[in-house]
Design a protein around this ligand. Structure first.
Ligand code: ADE
Ligand code: ZN
Length: 335
């Protein structure tokens, strides 16, 4: 299956660019920018990545982002991720970024978005990888702060496909951000939100009803509400599932217990994604391999994760048709 997965064209829909900061690049940037970090080797950084829940990860993750100061740093970060995409046959990616993690440290919004966008543009021409950018609001901060960030983003609206919601889910339900999401929809932006990762199934319902999301990030706790599971299957509301992330953050005890295959077989539009690959032990292929290693899945079912991702993506119908053909042609030769 490894060879089949490697060559399978893949689409990533849940990827935090700050979560692709590998320890080696963290060290390089710390040195280049003369930023102190509380580790002496990249090995020591890797050993610190033992998480008990989402918050224990976020504390270390936000600290790691402190080495990102200049436009070139954001370019280098994004370009390194796109190299992984290229090596792993990821043909399209929809990337999250968290402007507040940077603007709160005095980094201009423009520095962040221009560095990331320049790398995406270069990947389009040099690597043939297409992409979209989704700006996330940090849900542990206030809605006023999110609105201020949204206003800073407006001059760059053409570079952004949608807005999302991430960070600590417990105690910060989707409805806290109803107003800023309505503002985003009024500007013609699409919306997504992390919901039902650590928080209850109820958060998935409010993300859909109050925030008007086009897909739900994670959403794995939907199984706690049978009616919701039926509704997600009937409406084909996509869930961007992140298998290795869920194990690292103890959402499931092990991969055998993960519900992604069960949800696939129930007809939900579930997809496989890497979330924060530098922190959770792997990029797209590693996530596919982890699921394929723990669950009974044939080639058609594995390819269905990509077909679902194409259906759930923010690209045009023509682009969707072309990518679907690529996957079906690959499947025909791989049998
Ligand atoms: N930010 C980065 N990764 C995240 C995750 N898995 N959940 C919530 N916020 C995040
Ligand atoms: Zn995430």
């Amino acid at each position: 299956m490894q060879k089949f997965i490697q060559k399978l064209p893949k689409i990533e829909l849940h990827l935090h660019i700050e979560g692709t900061l590998e320890p080696e690049l963290m060290f390089e940037l710390a040195k280049r920018n003369q930023v102190e970090i509380p580790y002496s080797t990249p090995e020591e950084v890797k050993n610190a990545y033992q998480f008990t829940d989402l918050q224990s990860f976020l504390d270390i993750y936000y600290q790691g982002a402190n080495v990102l100061l200049h436009e070139q740093d954001f370019f280098d970060l994004t370009w390194a991720y796109l190299q992984h995409c290229h090596e792993e046959n990821v043909i399209h990616t929809e990337i999250f970024f968290d402007p507040q993690t940077h603007t709160s440290r005095g980094i201009p919004f423009k520095t962040v978005i221009q560095g990331i966008s320049r790398a995406l543009e270069q990947a389009r021409t040099e690597l043939g990888i297409s992409s979209q950018l989704i700006m996330c609001f940090l849900r542990h901060l206030s809605e006023e702060d999110a609105i201020e960030t949204f206003n800073q983003a407006l001059p760059y609206k053409t570079l952004i496909a949608g807005v999302g919601l991430d960070s600590s889910e417990q105690g910060h339900p989707p409805e806290k951000f109803s107003k800023v999401f309505a503002m985003a929809r009024n500007e013609g932006l699409l919306t997504v939100a992390h919901a039902g990762e650590e928080g209850p199934a109820e958060n998935i319902i409010t993300a859909i009803n109050d925030l008007g999301v086009s897909r739900v990030d994670h959403g794995v706790r939907c199984v706690e509400d049978k009616k919701l599971v039926r509704q997600l299957a009937e409406t084909r509301m996509p869930l961007t599932v992140c298998p290795l992330s869920n194990i690292k953050l103890c959402v499931f005890e092990n991969m055998q217990q993960h519900n992604i295959t069960d949800l696939l077989k129930k007809g939900l539009c579930v997809t496989i994604n890497s979330d924060d690959p530098a922190y959770f032990g792997g990029y797209m292929n590693a996530n596919f391999m982890a699921v394929a290693g723990a669950h009974e899945l044939n080639k058609n079912e594995l390819a269905q994760f990509t077909l679902n991702a194409i259906e759930a993506s923010f690209i045009t119908e023509e682009e969707k048709d072309a990518m679907t053909k690529l996957v079906l042609d690959y499947l025909a030769t791989a049998h």
